[in-house]
Write a protein that binds this ligand. Structure first.
Ligand SMILES: NC(=O)c1ccc[n+]([C@@H]2O[C@H](COP(=O)([O-])OP(=O)(O)OC[C@H]3O[C@@H](n4cnc5c(N)ncnc54)[C@H](OP(=O)(O)O)[C@@H]3O)[C@@H](O)[C@H]2O)c1
Length: 303
């Protein structure tokens, strides 16, 4: 796969980034390690995790850590081959200090993530979501401290609005602090709200956009058909709360997207991926897969 450089960094990443939110369940450890190795052998050099990820067992405030632990095992002897990203900020315990972007929490969590990942640094460290309880300047300074300490090479943000990004950049510039190099927003052909403000803003500011849920949990893979039961091993059956509802209105929307795809000579899956990568500023898509043939499918769709 052709690698692209994230603006203002020397990180070169593949157009697909392997998301590992489902490592643990339904992707058991051995399969997850095999999948990661297969991805690396087939040109996917970009891996995305978070301190909270533990697959479908996740509940609000559960401790997380499972995905990072599995990746730590998978990356033994391979760390230098990959661009590795993790995140902090979601609730991972019962206490007030077990969430958010306070300096104390962030400095504690980077050490825990590195321990689980069995490495000295990550390439990208994300604010997983804004934290209204912590002054933004405190969080930004803590992320800069982590880079100064060599524990992350760059920092990034996820799930921030255009207004929040603008405010954050202003604080960075006023204080001479490093800016985030990337944004990870939810974005798919079924959820296009970032196109209005966030995409142009990131392009102007040279912030790489690395969208997640680009397949909308599998809805854009053509695996669901109107009038037919969803496949038993699909997310619609196994974890419906992690996808949009599949009803007549959704099938109407999917058929419309399919029509657009056909006009461009693309399958639905190709359009779901290429339609996003065609947008300026989008460098890589954070995708989820449950098994190797699904990833093979996505790589083939991009060729
Ligand atoms: N920053 C954030 O707040 C945030 C939030 C969510 C996710 N993420 C990141 O984004 C990644 C992807 O998220 P996601 O898994 O929810 O979204 P997704 O990529 O839209 O959906 C992935 C699911 O689609 C199905 N699928 C994938 N390839 C397929 C294929 N070729 N054929 C048929 N089905 C296929 C699989 O589900 P089934 O086979 O089970 O149907 C797979 O688990 C996560 O792992 C995580 O790294 C970030």
């Amino acid at each position: 796969m052709n690698l692209q450089t994230l603006p203002k960094t020397d990180l070169k990443v593949s157009p697909l980034c392997l998301g590992t939110m489902t490592f643990g369940t339904p992707v058991a450890e051995t399969d997850a390690i095999q999948l990661t190795h297969w991805a690396l052998d087939h040109g996917v050099n970009f891996l995305d995790t978070a301190n909270m990820y533990e697959g479908y067992s996740r509940y609000l405030g559960s401790p997380g850590g499972v995905s990072e632990e599995i990746l730590g095992k998978a990356l033994k002897g391979k760390r230098e081959q990959v661009v590795l990203a993790t995140k902090v900020g979601m609730k991972i315990g019962p206490g007030d200090g077990d969430q958010g972007l306070s300096r104390t929490h962030v400095l504690r969590e980077i050490d825990r993530s590195l321990f689980r990942l069995q490495c000295d640094y990550v390439d990208l460290y994300y604010m997983h979501k804004p934290d209204p309880a912590t002054p933004l300047a405190e969080s930004i300074q803590a992320f800069n401290e982590i880079i100064d300490a060599g524990k992350a090479r760059h920092w990034a943000i996820s799930n921030f609005s255009a207004e929040q990004i603008t405010n954050l950049l202003k604080i960075c510039d006023e204080n001479g602090w490093r800016r985030p190099v990337a944004l990870q927003p939810a974005y798919s052909l079924l959820k296009r709200d970032i196109e209005a403000e966030i995409l142009p803003l990131c392009q102007r500011e040279q912030i790489a956009v690395l969208p997640y849920q680009v397949l909308q949990g599998g809805l854009l893979t053509n695996k669901y058909q109107r009038g037919q039961a969803a496949p038993g091993d699909s997310r619609q059956v196994e974890k419906p709360e992690w996808t949009m509802p599949l009803n007549d209105e959704m099938f109407d929307r999917l058929e419309k997207i399919q029509t657009d795809a056909t006009k461009l000579g693309r399958t639905l899956l190709q359009h779901a991926l290429k339609g996003l990568l065609d947008q300026p500023g989008i460098i890589s898509l954070v995708i989820g897969v449950k098994r190797i043939p699904q990833l093979e499918n996505l790589i083939t769709a991009l060729q």
